[in-house]
Write a protein that binds this ligand. Structure first.
Ligand code: GTP
Length: 361
């Protein structure tokens, strides 16, 4: 830890989140709801657990969403400050924009990673190796769609290889997990006048210049929530205990589900755990919610409707007898009676689905 100062982190939160469209047309990816909390609340809680309480958010796209959802985050026990790019500066320029506010060794995180990794152990590894930049590495079964990171037997970084085309180029199964520890003075190397990439420019240049950089490969839960399938799966992982929750969903936990206040549940409605039901939600007669349902605040689940393994944002209205399975529904969506929505369906906020419509993929 850097002397008397609280440990610091910069979170990259300025991307457009194109892979998570259409959800990110209505809300910035770093604050899409995860179990009815803004996504970054989970990262901030993890950082807090590891003594990191001074956090700078590097923002650009839809910064007002991020501010509205997180404010100064004092209720999460951290101090949150915002730096905002006039034009998107990429992952390199975003961090550089925050460089004046940090000193010592600083965590840098992509704002779309859900993990329960032991960040204290990462810092200890960084110090023990005399590393100046440490990258959290994650083994994946098929690394083809990612950038590979090669290390030597001591863990020192040797090479980055972007999206290998041929199988012969797959020389490692570890990928850059999007969480770093960087000695702040190195950030001076990032140009401030133009967009740049931390992964494609900054890290390879450190290696080329012989600066000691290491890969840290923990055994931990890790997921990039950047596409709808992963965003949905992350919530099921938390609900089903595959990922440790650094933060509970809002509401009171009863028989394996969380229920917010101010709503109404019909006597014959079934809430099947594990599920999360927000505040002011109405569950009408004989509906079934769960297992694995996440219902946003102010939503209404009509009579005899079923919602399973599905994520609903705020104020969604589900008509009588409608069936929603393993889909993601944006805010203020209206789903007509007896509609059927199948796995993988993603609805933009404000969508209206007529009665008896069937949507499958
Ligand atoms: P896709 O468009 O779906 O790839 O998502 P993205 O825009 O978030 O890009 P990507 O997943 O590659 O970004 C990794 C992290 O960097 C995310 O947390 C982004 O929010 C962040 N990021 C990407 N571009 C910028 C930028 O120009 N400025 C800032 N401050 N952050 C960025």
């Amino acid at each position: 830890m850097a002397g008397e100062r609280p440990a610091q982190a910069v979170i990259l939160a300025g991307g457009q989140g194109t892979r998570l469209r259409p959800l990110t047309l209505a809300r910035a990816k770093p604050v899409v709801p995860l179990l009815n909390r803004p996504f970054l609340a989970f990262q901030l809680a993890l950082l807090r657990e590891h003594g990191v309480t001074d956090v700078i958010l590097a923002c650009s796209y839809r910064v007002d969403d991020v501010r509205a959802a997180l404010g100064d985050a004092s209720q999460l026990g951290v101090r949150l400050r915002y730096v905002v790019e006039k034009e998107p500066l990429g992952t390199g320029g975003g961090v550089k924009n925050a460089a004046d506010l940090v000193a010592g060794t600083v965590f840098v995180l992509n704002g779309d990673i859900l993990t329960d990794a032991d960040l204290t152990a990462m810092r200890q590894f960084h110090e023990a190796r005399g590393s100046r930049t440490t990258i959290f590495l994650q083994p994946v079964p098929d690394p083809r769609q990612y950038g590979l990171v090669e290390t030597d037997t001591s863990g020192r970084l040797r090479r980055f290889r972007e999206k290998p085309a041929a199988d012969a180029e797959i020389t490692s199964n570890t990928i850059n997990a999007g969480i770093y520890l960087i000695d702040a003075p190195l950030l001076g190397r990032i140009p401030s006048e133009r967009p740049s990439s931390i992964e494609r420019e900054f890290f390879p240049a450190l290696i080329a210049d012989g600066i000691p950089c290491f890969g840290w490969c923990p055994t931990a839960y890790w997921r990039d929530i950047g596409n709808p399938a992963a965003y949905s799966a992350a919530q099921m992982d938390l609900l089903e205990g595959r990922a440790r929750m650094p933060l509970q969903p809002p509401g009171e936990c009863r028989e394996g589900s969380w229920i917010g206040g101010g709503g109404s549940v019909a006597a014959d409605a079934r809430l099947v755990p594990p599920s999360v039901v927000g505040a002011r939600v109405e569950l009408h007669r004989r509906c079934q919610v769960g297992p694995g349902a996440v219902i946003g605040d102010g939503s209404k689940i009509g009579p005899e409707a079923r919602v399973e393994g599905a994520v609903l944002w705020e104020r969604v209205e589900v008509g009588e007898g409608a069936v929603l399975r393993e889909c993601v529904i944006g805010a203020d969506v209206k789903i007509g009676a007896y509609a059927r929505l199948g796995p993988g369906i993603v609805l933009e906020s404000g969508a209206v689905i007529p009665e008896r419509t069937t949507l499958t993929r």
